[in-house]
Ligand binder design. Structure first.
Ligand SMILES: [Zn+2]
Length: 384
């Protein structure tokens, strides 16, 4: 073990006996009481020394026997400790690609905050590398999402779209001006390759067999298909249990979500049923909207908003792929120009939808038992 205090959290003394790790409340941890000598010793826990050397260093600095081990245990309990040698065989194979790790440095730091155990950052990046995601749509939103996912280390990002790239599809971070006129799927695959921090994994001895789809991101060029997703298109994902996330821009409104976990959270069929119940004219208007969009195409998409939607959708997708449930799970986040207040509304599972996400009436009486995310872990005072 080569212990290292997580470098992602800035350290500051709150007073003579208390150290705060981190600035922002979501991930900050307060450690105390800590005497000055122990505080100075924390600086030595930087991943360059094994436990033997750390114990010798502690003795040299006049700390009592056992203090080095106790401090390392205490830091680990508080989620503040990394281990420069941990993470398993996949992490070891990543360490052989230093240029990839250098590119992903900030992502590793971010993962070290979410995965509290030592080596969680490298394990997280290794897990992303083994993941396969499909992005449907390669416009201002879809191509940027695909590039961001690839750039963040997701190993296999496929983009599905038809036709040829038009000038209006070009967006910073997505398809470049040189791709105008090329096949959309091909140009998007090029953007994904260019954004990736290293060579793509290939199915085989080192990388294992081709994995199944972990997530489909539905980011159609015509935002209407994200605003009012088609239950028929989603039927296969619901049937196969494939999680999918909607994102798009329609008429000056940006939309992220819902993230659909089939059988657990509301799907496109649930949404459509609820809309019909609230507004009897919905089906009649939807038919007209769909046919007029086919004729006219989607004419309004603010580049700032589309970039924000793509970034937020990619971050939600990554949070999910990293094993958490982001705020778009069973909810839609929307922001409309010009004020851009992001607001969320829950998307409820409909009892008549065959997806089965709505609980049985009998089960609705039972208390819900969903686990919540982790909170910032404060160390109890008085620990060694
Ligand atoms: Zn449903």
């Amino acid at each position: 073990m080569f212990p290292r205090v997580k470098p992602a959290l800035a350290r500051a003394w709150r007073d003579l006996q208390t150290v705060q790790f981190g600035v922002t409340p979501a991930h900050a941890v307060v450690l105390g009481p800590v005497d000055t000598a122990t505080g100075a010793f924390i600086d030595r826990i930087d991943g360059t020394r094994g436990m033997e050397l750390l114990r010798a260093e502690a003795t040299r600095m006049g700390l009592p026997d056992g203090r080095a081990d106790a401090l390392v245990r205490r830091l680990a309990r508080a989620g503040l400790l990394d281990d420069a040698s941990a993470g398993g065989p996949r992490a070891q194979s990543l360490r052989r690609r230093p240029e990839t790790l250098e590119r992903l440095g900030p992502d590793l730091g971010s993962l070290s905050l979410v995965h509290r155990e030592p080596g969680g950052d490298l394990r997280g990046v290794a897990a992303r590398r083994a993941i396969r995601v499909q992005v449907r749509g390669s416009g201002r939103v879809g191509a940027v999402i695909a590039a961001v996912l690839a750039g963040a280390g997701v190993g296999r990002v496929e983009v599905l779209d038809g036709g040829r790239v038009e000038a209006a599809d070009v967006a910073p971070g997505g398809l470049g001006p040189a791709s105008v006129g090329r096949m959309r799927a091909e140009a998007a695959a090029g953007a994904v390759r260019a954004a990736a921090p290293g060579p793509a994994p290939r199915a085989g001895a080192e990388e294992g067999p081709e994995p199944g789809l972990a997530l489909v991101v539905v980011a159609p060029r015509d935002g209407l298909h994200a605003w009012a997703p088609d239950p028929d298109t989603a039927a296969d994902w619901v049937a196969s249990g494939t999680p999918h996330l909607y994102a798009g821009v329609l008429e000056g409104t940006g939309l992220v979500g819902p993230l659909v976990l089939p059988g657990t959270t509301a799907c496109a069929g649930c949404m459509e049923r609820e809309r019909v119940e609230r507004d009897a004219a919905w089906p009649r208007m939807l038919v007209q909207w769909r046919s007029s969009h086919r004729r006219l195409g989607s004419a309004s998409c603010d580049l700032g908003l589309s970039t924000a939607v793509a970034g937020l959708a990619a971050a939600h997708a990554l949070a999910f792929l990293d094993g958490q449930l982001p705020a778009s799970t069973g909810a839609r986040w929307e922001a409309a120009l010009p004020t851009l207040h992001w607001e969320s509304a829950p998307v409820r599972a409909h009892p008549d939808c065959p997806c089965g996400a709505a609980p049985d009436p009998a089960e609705r009486l039972r208390p819900a038992g969903r686990a919540s995310g982790r909170g910032a872990g404060a160390d109890p005072p008085g620990a060694p």
